[in-house]
Design a protein around this ligand. Structure first.
Ligand SMILES: Nc1ncnc2c1ncn2[C@@H]1O[C@H](COP(=O)(O)OP(=O)(O)O)[C@@H](O)[C@H]1O
Ligand SMILES: [Mg+2]
Length: 350
């Protein structure tokens, strides 16, 4: 993942207010300062997204997480103007989304930013293959080509052999794979997921999460993934925007959110996270090289603390953290257990 490339989406000061004379709300400092309930009684308006800014970097999985009603769906729908923003700017690859005309918007939604929904929206009378090819059909791709492309995507999401089935002959997990394949078939620059796995059984859900991780690893496709599930967010996200009442209360890597919560709300949210599964040895290590020429049993900086605990316990001695042949620091059992307990100073001076 590159962090220097230009962002795919760039969002600045985004507002979405539902209700009468919604436009006045973002402009009026007296109204923007109100709590959601008070804004509602005073004006009849709901501010679903409140002054939100972020970039989605090329190749990352950007997760938007928050409880039900926190504004996640509204936010992601604003990105392609399925919902019209009230204020703020949105750019995709530098192009102003709010200035797009209808044709350009259609092109944006069909080719550049494909959406995968919770309710798969499959066409019941069509086969799996034809459902997957549907997006290509809308694009005007010729029949033989779209069937070829659809077949290869069907295989990619693990549905080989099921091409001729109808949606009613599939399990929930398989249907979601069809939905995913349909979005992938148009080869979009960015995939937008709105809680696609929330309705699935836990085991199937885990399969689908693994599928997303695999697709991301293999293709490096940019994804915006919405979920209310913290463990899903931590598993999938390169970075997570945590929403509360329409605002982003913290934006950071899973490790930053778990290790350095921005406020009490976030701290409470992540309280039960198994820290050893999220925190890395880069954070846990005592910085500074060990001086040795070679490093048996070296850990990579991105190894999680749980793995490091196993290594240190097995060897009965501290382990070096090595990147490109260079020792960055050392972890011992005290530092590792300190991270688990949440007592380790996170940003100790090197
Ligand atoms: N069309 C609408 N009209 C009025 N209020 C809406 C509309 N859509 C969503 N809301 C309100 O906006 C807030 C955020 O909703 P939503 O974006 O669906 O949250 P989430 O996806 O996080 O559950 C909620 O208070 C919801 O009731
Ligand atoms: Mg939602």
């Amino acid at each position: 993942m590159s962090t220097t490339a230009a962002p795919v989406f760039s969002v600045q000061g985004l507002w979405k207010v539902f209700g009468p004379k919604a436009d006045r709300v973002p402009e009026d400092p007296e109204l923007t300062g109100l709590e959601p309930a008070e804004l509602r009684t005073r004006t009849g308006c709901t501010a679903a997204v409140r002054d939100v800014s972020f970039d989605v970097r090329k190749g990352e999985v950007f997760v938007v997480m928050g409880l039900s009603g926190s504004g996640k769906s509204t936010l992601v729908r604003c990105l392609t103007r399925l919902i019209e923003p009230t204020a703020g700017t949105i750019a995709i690859d530098g192009e102003d989304v709010r200035a797009m005309d209808r044709a350009r918007l259609r092109e944006l939604r069909r080719h550049r930013a494909a959406m995968v929904f919770q309710h798969f929206g499959l066409l019941p009378h069509r086969t799996v293959l034809d459902n997957v090819a549907y997006g290509l059909e809308i694009q005007g791709v010729r029949k033989t080509e779209r069937r070829e492309r659809a077949a290869s995507v069907v295989a990619k999401v693990g549905l080989e052999g099921m091409e001729k089935r109808r949606p009613s002959q599939l399990s929930g997990g398989q249907r979601q794979r069809v939905g995913l394949a349909r979005a992938l078939a148009v080869d979009p620059e960015v995939l937008l997921f709105d809680e696609p796995f929330s309705a699935l059984d836990p085991l199937i859900r885990r399969d689908m999460q693994d599928e997303v991780v695999r697709l991301h690893r293999e293709e490096g496709r940019t994804m915006v993934f919405i979920t209310h599930d913290l463990s899903e967010a931590l598993k999938l996200g390169d970075r997570i925007a945590l929403m509360r009442d329409g605002r982003v209360v913290q934006l950071g890597t899973p490790e930053e959110i778990v290790g350095s919560p921005a406020d009490d709300y976030v701290r409470e949210f992540v309280r039960d996270v198994p820290r050893e599964q999220v925190m890395t040895v880069r954070t846990a290590m005592k910085p500074g090289g060990c001086g040795a020429a070679d490093h048996p049993d070296a850990l990579t900086p991105d190894a999680v603390v749980a793995d490091a605990i196993r290594t240190v316990a097995r060897n009965g001695r501290p382990a070096c953290v090595v990147e490109n042949g260079r020792c960055l620091g050392v972890v011992d059992h005290e530092r590792l257990l300190g991270v688990v307990a949440g007592t380790e100073q996170l940003r100790e001076a090197a």
